[in-house]
Ligand binder design. Structure first.
Ligand SMILES: [Zn+2]
Length: 383
């Protein structure tokens, strides 16, 4: 079936308003594997939009040649609500104005509803269980009657993703190297292949699965949550769902977009969604590390933030990663408060130099291999 494009209308929140989602579909509906890719949930993160801008014509070409073997669904920019957040000649994004919700939290955990619909029927045949769970999850979403625009967006996006074999949610950080958030259930396995193919500089896994209700989290965690509820049934991790952070907000150019799109295309070939030869798997750049080993630097006071290390740098425990400068303090170096790394690892995320900061603001993240006592029980999603 050739490529199709459709618009999903979202309910208007103000008289005369009304926005929509644009969805591109390649391949036959129901063909496997199904891959679902979306970008810019946070709206002000455009590197992923650039990657999909370059991936889409590659898929159009593959489609014309009859090479799409599975089903590929692409939402190039999934958050028209956030796109419209123009304030004082600045585009904001990230948080919903209406409920002040972070756009990538509070997605729908369908596990209880799917359990209610499937529970007694789940058995020892994994393939039957997967089909049953996907059908139940879609039915649960179809039964939802969201009222407002953001809730409708969440339900509609999940209708596109919840039955996929691969879900890739494309984000970026402030000033960052390319990194990946996954479930421990997928590592090494499918996530290792993805990390190698997209050339991830760091990969962080949630243990045992993403408990936070991020978009990739709910798509991934459905399976292990059900497996916990029904230990006698055979329920595999049927979906590789990952958040890809395509570097920093300003890393948007054709060279990067095209190279990243080629890497995604290759991984779709490797998964069998597109016919062709993927070639040898590129060398893995970094082993995955636990979220519990991620050191997060918080600013202790208000001031101006200045970094000593570039994104992607290897930090060592005790290194000064950055400093907060008190602009009112006349004592030069003594006006600078250092923030020190508390682990050895890759500084995969930081902000830009010279920004205003405040107490408790996240200044950086370091991917370390050792689980850290001071991070125990923390999800890492605190901004
Ligand atoms: Zn994001």
């Amino acid at each position: 079936m050739p490529q199709s494009t459709r618009k999903i209308l979202l309910p208007a929140m103000t008289p005369g308003g009304g926005r929509s989602l644009t969805v591109h579909r390649f391949g036959r509906a129901g063909a496997r594997p199904k891959a679902y890719l979306q970008a810019a949930i946070h709206a002000n993160e455009l590197p992923g939009v650039m990657v999909l801008h370059h991936l889409l014509p590659m898929l159009v070409k593959a489609d014309r040649k009859g090479r799409i073997k599975g089903e590929i669904v692409i939402v190039p920019a999934v958050n028209p609500i956030g796109f419209a957040q123009l304030v004082g000649h600045t585009h904001l994004g990230r948080y919903d104005f209406l409920g002040r919700d972070n756009f990538n939290r509070n997605w729908l955990d369908l596990s209880a509803e799917v359990a209610r619909r499937t529970g007694a029927k789940l058995g020892r045949k994994a393939a039957d269980n997967v089909a049953m769970i996907r059908t139940a999850a879609l039915a649960a979403l179809a039964a939802m009657k969201p009222v407002n625009e953001l809730q409708t967006l969440r339900v509609e996006a999940m209708k596109l993703s919840i039955d996929a074999d691969v879900v890739l949610d494309l984000h970026c950080d402030a000033h960052s190297s390319l990194h990946l958030f996954i479930s421990a259930h997928d590592w090494p396995g499918a996530a290792r292949v993805l990390a190698a193919d997209i050339r991830a500089e760091a990969t962080l896994y949630n243990e045992p699965y993403p408990a936070s209700l991020t978009f990739s989290g709910v798509n991934s965690a459905l399976w292990p949550r059900l497996a916990e509820l029904f230990p006698a049934a055979r329920i595999p991790q049927a979906c590789l769902s990952a958040t890809i952070e395509y570097r920093g907000q300003h890393d948007v150019n054709h060279a990067l977009g095209e190279a990243d799109a080629r890497n995604l295309y290759r991984t779709l070939v490797r998964r069998g969604a597109i016919a062709g030869r993927a070639g040898a798997l590129p060398r893995l750049k970094a082993q995955a590390t636990p979220i519990g080993g991620m050191d997060v630097g918080y600013c202790p006071k208000p001031g101006m933030l200045i970094y000593h290390l570039p994104p992607g740098a290897r930090a060592r425990k005790g290194d000064a990663v950055c400093e907060v400068i008190d602009p009112y303090d006349p004592r030069g170096p003594k006006a600078r408060t250092q923030i020190f790394a508390r682990t050895d690892g890759i500084l995969f995320s930081r902000k830009l130099d010279g920004r205003l900061t405040w107490p408790g603001a996240v200044a950086y993240r370091i991917a370390g291999a050792k689980r850290l006592a001071h991070r125990k029980g923390m999800s890492g999603l605190d901004d």
